[in-house]
Design a protein around this ligand. Structure first.
Ligand SMILES: Cc1cc2nc3c(=O)[nH]c(=O)nc-3n(C[C@H](O)[C@H](O)[C@H](O)COP(=O)(O)OP(=O)(O)OC[C@H]3O[C@@H](n4cnc5c(N)ncnc54)[C@H](O)[C@@H]3O)c2cc1C
Length: 258
């Protein structure tokens, strides 16, 4: 098996984590259950001692139109998908121009912005154990029950790239912190907002070391520079504890902790 050395304090969007060897999935047979698949690490908080990690090789970085269907490899970055759709006048993927990730990570998380989610136009996925149609997958808000590495996904092809949507997504981002983060730290509980709850328990702008629940948007845990896993983890646990004590609400992490 081939490996790639990755420095997670540079690679991850949090800018936290060790420099370690990550296994490369070049063929489905390379995978075994001990590995956790990672994509662009835009939603990962990585400790100094994570489980064995695996990354899809460059072979899975592609996007093409075949038989009137859009086929995208699991290692394809969101920006590449957005550019391809703009160039080929394809609709429904405008939100990916402002949503970081690789296709496998986006599908696993059912990532999205407002009502625009990656599952909306999904047809099927190919994992290391074969094809699964959208109907065979359980999915919801930032949730899927996918168990194996996603190698490819296919999507309905509709024409009409909409530049006004790109502007709208850019505008949504304008109010969010630009410091290193993983986007929303917690999922919004039903009929509530994680950011509002964090503010109400007094943690908006609260710092531990260089980590902070952003003053600009409390559900963004940001790294002011040189932040550590331990400080980030402490803040996550503190927010969960306070929100549970004061509101009897369990804040579920959107960020995946390894
Ligand atoms: C500034 C910022 C803003 C963000 N805004 C949003 C937003 O508005 N909406 C939103 O939904 N998310 C948002 N995110 C989070 C992030 O963009 C998404 O969760 C995205 O789907 C992560 O993709 P990734 O490739 O980086 O996955 P990673 O972070 O590497 O992994 C995320 C999860 O996916 C799994 N995974 C990764 N690749 C595969 C694969 N090939 N097969 C199976 N499982 C896999 C991992 O095991 C992990 O559980 C934001 C992040 C940042 C940094």
């Amino acid at each position: 098996m081939n490996y790639k050395t990755i420095n997670f304090s540079q690679y991850s969007s949090f800018k936290i984590g060790p420099t370690i060897e990550v296994a490369l999935l070049e063929n489905p047979s390379d995978y075994s259950k001990e590995f956790i698949l990672i994509g662009g690490a835009n939603n990962l908080l990585i400790s100094n001692n994570p489980p064995p990690l695996m990354l899809l090789s460059k072979k899975y970085d592609y996007i093409k139109i075949e038989d009137n269907i859009l086929k995208i490899g699991g290692a394809t970055p969101s920006g590449k998908v957005a550019s391809f759709c703009k160039k080929n006048n394809i609709a429904n993927f405008e939100f990916l121009s402002h949503l970081p990730g690789k296709l496998g990570g986006l599908v696993f998380m059912n990532a999205g912005l407002k009502e625009y989610e990656i599952f909306n136009n999904l047809v099927d996925i190919t994992t290391t154990s074969g094809k699964q149609t959208k109907q065979e997958i359980e999915f919801g808000y930032r949730y899927t029950n996918i168990k194996e590495p996603i190698l490819e996904a296919t999507f309905l092809l509709e024409y009409g790239f909409d530049d006004t949507k790109v502007k709208m997504f850019k505008q949504m981002r304008a109010n969010q912190p630009s410091l290193p983060s993983a986007g929303s730290c917690f999922k919004n509980p039903p009929n509530n907002y994680a950011g509002k709850l964090i503010e109400e328990v007094g943690l908006k702008g609260f710092k531990k070391g260089a980590m902070e629940f952003s003053q600009q948007h409390a559900n963004f845990l940001v790294n002011n520079g040189g932040g550590t896993f331990e400080d980030a983890f402490w803040l996550i646990k503190e927010a969960q504890k306070r929100v549970l004590e004061q509101f009897a609400i369990t804040l579920e992490c959107e960020v995946q902790i390894l």
